[in-house]
Design a protein around this ligand. Structure first.
Ligand code: DC
Length: 218
């Protein structure tokens, strides 16, 4: 039995998470937020005050961590039995995740954890290399992006709405730095799969993006 997979890749802040969750809900499919796996590893490494330059140590932390995902309306993630959901969305966690994600052996160790999400009736997988490396066999692939300025503005708005102090210039710089790191790394860099539908959401509403992705499936 072929399990249908829709992959949604793209840079940080393009709206992949929101679009993927909405599409998964609409289709009744499972949802993989692969960034949260790298973010969880970053939380585990930061907790242990690990040296991010020590690949062997980071790999050991990745192998040892036990992750549980509750994919309800809101994603809840437990690391070794402790709820770390609140720490996952922090800018510092995202930046640290991008650093550990550049380590080739880390990606190898976390590959199976991601593949395990492929279950009936289907999977929507969101990340950087879902369509190119983790699920190259997927029938439907999307590359969702927006300009760096637009993505920084959206992120800034989100943080301010949550009552978190934010600086637009700093966010823009961090987004550009993260793009560069995610695109230039040797292993599984952020890249557009040959068979992906390219969507630039800079001037699109969220509803329009969701509709375009659903049209691809139907
Ligand atoms: O999608 P996100 O912002 O939660 O991802 C956090 C970091 O994890 C991102 O900067 C790069 C890395 N990542 C990755 O390398 N591969 C993925 N499939 C998902 C995320």
């Amino acid at each position: 039995m072929v399990i249908p997979v829709l992959t949604i890749d793209g840079p940080s802040g393009a709206g992949k998470g929101t679009v993927s969750r909405a599409v998964a809900k609409k289709l009744g499919w499972n949802y993989l937020d692969s960034g949260s796996i790298y973010r969880s590893l970053a939380v585990a490494a930061l907790k242990q005050q690990a040296d991010f330059g020590n690949e062997a140590l980071i790999v050991n932390i990745a192998k040892a961590m036990v992750l549980e995902f509750d994919c309800g309306d809101e994603l809840v993630v437990r690391l070794d039995g402790v709820d770390i959901t609140g720490q996952l969305g922090l800018e510092s966690t995202g930046n640290a995740a991008s650093i550990v994600a550049a380590l080739p052996e880390v990606r190898q160790v976390l590959l199976q954890k991601q593949k395990d999400f492929k279950k009936l009736p289907g999977l929507v997988a969101d990340g950087r290399d879902m369509g190119t490396v983790v699920f190259p066999e997927a029938k439907n692939k999307v590359f969702l992006t927006a300009s760096a300025v637009e993505r920084a503005q959206r992120r800034y708005k989100q943080l301010i709405e949550k009552g978190i102090d934010a600086n637009l210039i700093q966010i823009t710089t961090e987004i550009s730095e993260r793009d560069r790191r995610d695109m230039e790394r040797k292993t599984a860099p952020l890249a557009i799969a040959d068979d992906a539908l390219y969507i630039d959401s800079s001037d699109m509403t969220l509803a329009a993006v969701i509709e375009e992705v659903l049209n691809l499936i139907h």
